[in-house]
Design a protein around this ligand. Sequence first.
Ligand code: PHE
Ligand code: NA
Length: 454
Amino acid sequence: MEKRSQWGSRLGFLLAAMGSAIGLGNIWRFPATAYENGGGAFFLPYLFALLTAGIPLLIMEYTIGHKFRGSAPRSYGKISKGMEWLGWWQIAVSFIISTYYPIIIAWAFMYTYFSFGQSWEKADSATTFFVTDYLQLADAGTFGSIVPSILIPLILVWAIVLFFLGRGIKKGIEVANKIFIPALLVIFLIIVVRAVTLPGAFDGLDAFFKPDWSSIFDGKVWVAAYGQIFFSLSIAFAIMITYASYLPKKSDITNNAFITGFANSSFELLAGIGVFAALGFMANQTDQAVSDVVSGGVGLAFMVFPEIISQMPLPGLFGVLFFLSLVLAGLSSMISISETYIAGVQEKFNISRGKSITYGGGLAAIISLFFANQGGLNLLDTVDHFVNNYGVALSGLFEVVAIAWFAKSLKDFQNHADEISDIKLGRWWRVSIGIITPIVLGFMMIQNLRSEII
Ligand code: PHE
Ligand code: NA
């Protein structure tokens, strides 16, 4: 059998794992989620979720990948024959995400390019330009006119993603993340420092950190915290298992999981500070309350931020930096999502990596063109909602229940991790995965279903 590819260094693996974790979820999902769920008080459930689900599950997924040295279906299949389907389920969710995630990156690309070309000095016209452009995207009726401009950046995104995937683990994925992640960090730090020194920034930060303590008695807030942690750490997407399957034999799994978890959360906090400082500035400029300008998601990135940037000094520069940071964060996550099915298909059908990339990546790329053309945002929103509410909660729930209760593998995995890691796992780890996480995810499923009916 061919020798399994490996990361070139520990840092290489860590940067790749961080690259997957640090994504659009940190930049536009976390700040709004925290704000809506108790502000400063959200940090309590959030930290609890990180320590009882995020890091424990990262340790488990790293252990599974490292121990069985296979993509998700193969690794789960080695735990128990009946579990291979769970790997394919998680891969399916990742595959679906990989058909629309690149569209968002393509927009960010397009906006980076606009930032170069637009004369931002004329703040008003720049604002109008961005806002009408976004509205055109959002409005299926006028969608046709914008499509040609999204096609080129979309093709560019796929070219970059498939290029790095094609070069393999060490020379491709690792190299990409060694470039993208440090660059992202530097760029983002510049943006945050600029944001917190703008007039009004502290009103924004006040609004962000102001704790609403009553929220911690609200079950919904805890569900939001767990949901954010799962999505943000790319858990239950087959990603971390796949990446860990390329670890060398001697690897400190537990330590790596703590580093990944804390790095991602630090970036999340940094993004929250940057975003809310900028929102405070915008409120200040437009004589509004911060609560009136808060937003998240696509709207925050492509509608609110262009407006904020156009009112800043040196808008061209900060436009390029901000949208480039979205591109970098997005690309590194996109590479990790695609690697799940490329590795899975390659192993299952015993074909070359090149073929797997051509079929898997090619199919996803073609479907993404369809997303860019038809119905656009509405469809994208629906799929995203479905994936986040059911794909993740359900596959996370299946994962912990199957492993902890049916296969009863936790003790075994704990021994495996402890043998090669400095930090030894205690009972807290098994309780977190076997009891706390399933209860919260079960509650999350029920809540999602109920909100669908009401
Ligand atoms: N973890 C990434 C983020 O926070 C998103 C992501 C989810 C990436 C699922 C890959 C798979 O943005
Ligand atoms: Na994240």
